[in-house]
Write a protein that binds this ligand. Structure first.
Ligand SMILES: C[S@@+](CC[C@H](N)C(=O)[O-])C[C@H]1O[C@@H](n2cnc3c(N)ncnc32)[C@H](O)[C@@H]1O
Length: 243
């Protein structure tokens, strides 16, 4: 019995690893999240048992319930695929699932996926590092970016690109805290919705405009000088708001 914690990437099935595609085609049971795209779900063996444990606000299974389900399934099947959006260990609670399974002596293998933290900027033509513009990148979760306990002065580093996941709801607060931390109001921002899907859309604005931008999740916020670049030959629809 092995549970495979598999990254599904940002949505486009062409961005799956070969290992992930092989496991989807052969595993007898697949437990998946809400953000896994329908095109990827179609790659699951049609005879496999498919369990959606997607977390929708107000209608979700607890993480401990999911952990217990995985342990139980591991007792019944030789291989279980736990399919998660992006990379399983990037804000996906894959680490907790790994630990819960290991505690029960279940063999676990991790299959990396392309995280939206990197795929979304890249597909919008935004380099997260770029000589002369940004010498590093910091990836942070929006929900944790409330005032308390967050060092916004450290995050407000104009030389480093900031990538925010799950940041749509708190975008106004994040922008104003970063400005208070010292980041210029004119700092370029790119917001990439539904990256790698046919509905990918990139919006661009300044940091002081971010709160007023109409955005829908899932989206990645990219804040920093590189966000003004579009090194993708305009592959998606770009809404430019004055950068
Ligand atoms: C719970 S986190 C999971 C991240 C995932 N493990 C990863 O590596 O991409 C969900 C957040 O990832 C981002 N996200 C995931 N897929 C996305 C996509 N196709 N386009 C834009 N953002 C995406 C959004 O910020 C979303 O709120």
């Amino acid at each position: 019995m092995t549970v495979y914690l598999v990254g599904a990437g940002p949505g486009d099935p062409d961005l799956l690893t070969l290992r992930a595609a092989k496991l989807l085609a052969t595993a007898p049971v697949v437990v998946h999240d809400r953000l896994v795209s329908p095109e990827i779900l179609q790659l699951i063996n049609p005879r496999a048992r498919c369990i959606d444990v997607g977390k929708t606000p107000g209608l979700s299974h607890s993480q401990s319930w999911i952990n217990e389900l995985l342990v139980e399934l591991a007792g019944h099947y030789d291989s279980v695929v736990r399919l998660k959006g992006g990379d399983p260990f990037v804000f996906g609670r894959g680490g907790e699932e790994y630990e819960a399974l290991s505690r029960e002596n279940v063999n676990v293998e991790v299959v990396p996926g392309i995280s939206s933290a990197f795929a979304a900027p890249l597909l919008a033509g935004v380099p997260v590092t770029h000589r002369g513009l940004s010498h590093g990148v910091t990836v942070v979760p929006g929900p944790a970016m409330s005032g308390a306990g967050v060092d916004f002065r450290a995050l407000a580093n104009a030389d480093v690109t900031l990538v925010v996941l799950m940041g749509v709801q708190r975008r106004a607060e994040i922008a104003s805290q970063l400005r208070e931390g010292g980041l210029a109001s004119s700092t370029p921002v790119a917001i990439i919705e539904r990256a790698s899907t046919p509905n990918q859309r990139t919006l661009r604005c300044r940091l002081d405009e971010l709160g007023g931008i109409d955005v829908s999740a899932p989206a990645v916020l990219v804040i920093g000088a590189g966000a003004a670049l579009a090194l993708n030959g305009a592959l998606d629809s770009i809404v430019s708001l004055g950068v």
